[in-house]
Design a protein around this ligand. Sequence first.
Ligand code: TXA
Ligand code: MG
Length: 318
Amino acid sequence: MGDQPKITEAFSSGSDGISKAAALLRAGEVVAFPTETVYGLGGDATDGNAVAKIFEAKDRPTFNPLIVHVASVDKAEALIELPPKGRTMAQMLWPGPVTLVGRLRPGKGISELVRAGLPTLAVRVPDHPVAQALLRAVGRPLAAPSANPSGRISPTTAQHVHDLMAGRIAGVLDGGAAAVGLESTIIGFEDLEPVVLRPGGVTSEDFASVLGTPPKPRTKSGINSPGQLNSHYAPEATVQLNVTESPSLGFGEIEGQVSLSPEGDLTEAAANLFGMLRLLDEALEDGEILTVAPIPEEGLGQAINDRLRRAAAPRDTP
Ligand code: TXA
Ligand code: MG
């Protein structure tokens, strides 16, 4: 939780507003910005703390993976690997209201929290001049879920964002009303074939005109419903929670082999969570138990505990 009071400023879409928003984003703050679908709650996708602040502002009890926004098709393809039909969709439909999920290329510095530990990354090139100008000014990929608190309707104007998020984020960049007003269509790939993970701004007919055939309905579960992912990104090791005696993963006063946050800062803990789980999982010998210090059930602690409980759940339960 940030100790300093958060002010919400509204920026115009002129170059001055874009520079101010870009400076805040580069400093690790969360700023809402317009896209053609809905307003997004932007944060530097390479900065785990900034991403943790997005979840904090949304008051989400779970870590869903977020969509990463970049300015061009080239930048998107530099981040993720796409199968041939994915590349065709990227060329024909970007910039636009479609998100493609591909395997993240190594060494891109994308925070694990953005992906909620998944090996894949959802990427989108927005078709909005203000979003484009902002992405170019920041020079980094921006993670951005819709700019509403969890359970509320996605905002399509800066005023909506202000009403929903005032006091929770550093600012809002005003780019007028969102033209599409509906979230992007999310496309994943199964055996190289596109499947619709979430219907949205691009329709089956649009896809058919690009690919010849509409994308298939999805068949596999798991990766398609990240909120329900259980064992998918669970560690291999058996996980035991609320261990106060020298746990593998410490927090606050309880030291561990590594600590989510020695200061007991939940934002820092969220940023470290997936990376540290992975690190410990790799370091532990077969049969060793990955033990975790208690995490307070408040603010981001709720989402952290949700993830830890999934990691600790028996693997054969759904
Ligand atoms: O139009 C939009 O898509 C807006 C604007 C701001 O771009 N963004 C948006 O983000 O709707 P959000 O966080 O509300 O929805 C993102 C959804 C997640 O809930 C998840 O279902 C899916 O994207 N997602 C993200 N990464 C994924 C991945 N690696 N695999 C499968 N689904 C993923
Ligand atoms: Mg949303």
